[in-house]
Design a binder for this molecule. Structure first.
Ligand code: MN
Length: 490
């Protein structure tokens, strides 16, 4: 389904036809420029200037009812008395971006007169509009600047990803084929609250329900997918017998096909597994889960449905680019070179890979099944975010850490898992302390293609607390923020 965003200028009928024609013409030109600029990923649809309370209410009603509409972009070209917006804003359900711009970039100092002033008065028209949304407590994005500027267009594009997360959050559907790992606390959560707050569906099935789908995969299908693996990935036998190696890989091919069939048939887009609850599966799903994540499915290990849902959501927001499940595993604490080695037992998404992907077959140190095949690689360098959604008992908190993915200083030939290697902002000591003080989980949903601001805006729209850990974080201020939030979000 194609996604679109409505654009409307606000005004009133006090200005006369000529002025209103200019308003409409300017709005149309801005929409044309946005749609042609190459910086904005979704179509923007021009809507006629909003002048009356009834027209405004109908505009929001149309946006609500259009399943392809992911948000509204609003700009008060002139002055639009804000009480007229109340009935519409009361029913508005799609994300709002308040574009605080004006048609002209430069002030025409030598020719400016009162007609020009009255026609181009967003500086105060948008303040009147902003007041009513602030008074009504409506979460929205505000973008300030000339519409032709790349920075403005890129901020609109960035908000669009957030809008996708806000509108599509109720499409997140997680299959649990295992409960949370015994005694583990930070991956737990209230599934009724998740349905109420985020619109998520979290359903459990006995693991052997999905195993049936795996068992029903034909040998020919398994062979065909295994051939695809062998043509696509480097095979690292590491002394294993080639025929035995291939048999292990075939097990994962069968799991991928069976799992995907189950997920498709029942309409789920995320899954959790648990190494200790595998029913009739011959191996812990490793390569199979990595491939499913690559196709856009969310994943959380050891029953972690919150992270699975966040990975699915962030894959929707990014168009499934550069987004994975991770676990904070082990540290390098050498002064000046501090970083976290991120991995999991197996399940890291190939959309974060840098360069070659290889298949290895290795024993697991946990669980009781045969050696699983898995994809192995390192991740790209660059800026990214690590996100954790934790349940504080009566509510959820979203923790977002800016991180910098670094090259691994040396090869790790004995490590049979995909890894990332990052330094949390502002530095490892502060970043890790802030994360731990906030109650951040040991699993994360990770993305190169989202920013802390986008995730915070999503959290605001969900009405939940968010805490950002970035280059400006100081521990004492951060602890005060946690305390203040305890009051605001209870
Ligand atoms: Mn884990």
């Amino acid at each position: 389904m194609s996604r679109r965003f409505y654009f409307a200028a606000g005004s009133q009928d006090l200005y006369g036809d000529t002025c209103l024609e200019h308003v409409a013409d300017h709005a149309r030109k801005i929409v044309e420029a946005f749609n042609g600029c190459g910086n904005i990923p979704y179509e923007i649809v021009y809507k006629p200037t909003l002048l009356t309370s009834d027209g405004i209410r109908r505009f929001f009603s149309e946006a609500n009812d259009d399943p392809g509409c992911y948000g509204t972009i609003l700009w008060m070209h002139t002055f639009s008395p804000a009480k007229a917006w109340i009935p519409g804003l009361k029913i508005a359900r799609k994300p709002i971006l308040h574009l605080h711009t004006q048609f002209n970039e430069a002030l025409p100092f030598s020719t400016i007169d009162m007609d020009f002033m009255n026609e181009n008065q967003s500086a105060h028209g948008d303040r009147e509009f902003g007041y009513i949304m602030t008074r009504m407590g409506i979460p929205r994005e505000i973008v300030v600047g000339h519409w032709s500027h790349e920075a403005v267009q890129k901020r609109i594009a960035s908000w669009m990803a957030t809008a996708v997360g806000i509108v599509d959050t109720d499409k997140v559907r997680v299959v649990r084929i295992a409960d949370n790992m015994r005694d583990v606390a930070d991956t737990e959560g209230d599934k009724v609250d998740a349905a109420l707050t985020f619109g998520w569906t979290i359903d459990a099935y006995p693991v052997n329900d999905i195993v049936k789908y795996v068992d029903d995969v034909s040998p020919a299908e398994t062979r065909e997918l295994t051939d695809e693996y062998y043509s696509k990935y480097t095979i690292l036998l590491e002394g294993r017998d080639p025929a035995e190696f291939r048999r292990h890989v075939e097990v994962q091919a069968g799991i991928e096909i069976g799992f995907e069939r189950f997920l498709r048939e029942k309409g789920y887009n995320a899954i959790v597994t648990h190494f200790g609850d595998l029913g009739g599966l011959k191996q812990l799903p490793g390569l199979a889960i990595q491939r499913l994540m690559e196709k856009g499915y969310g994943f959380g290990a050891e029953g972690d449905w919150k992270t699975a849902a966040m990975v699915a959501l962030m894959k929707m927001m990014t168009g499934n680019k550069g987004t994975s499940f991770f676990e904070d595993y082990t540290y390098n604490l050498v002064p000046g070179a501090e970083a976290i080695l991120e991995a999991h037992m197996l399940e890291v998404c190939p959309t974060v890979a840098d360069g070659d992907i290889a298949i290895k077959v290795q024993p697991l140190s946990m669980g009781s099944r045969e050696d699983p095949a898995r994809l192995v690689y390192t991740c790209r360098t660059g800026k990214a975010i690590a996100v954790s959604l934790v349940d504080m008992g009566s509510r959820c908190r979203l923790i977002i850490n800016d991180v910098e993915c670094l090259p691994v200083p040396e090869n790790m030939p004995r490590l049979p898992v995909a890894t990332a290697y990052w330094r949390p902002e502002p530095d490892l000591a502060t970043g890790a302390e802030a994360w731990i003080r906030a109650g951040g989980c040991h699993h994360t949903s990770f993305s190169y293609n989202l920013t802390s601001h986008q995730m915070k805006a999503w959290a605001d729209a969900m009405g939940i607390e968010s805490l950002i850990i970035d280059k400006d974080t100081r521990i004492d201020d951060f602890c005060d923020k946690i305390r203040l939030n305890e009051v605001f979000y209870r």
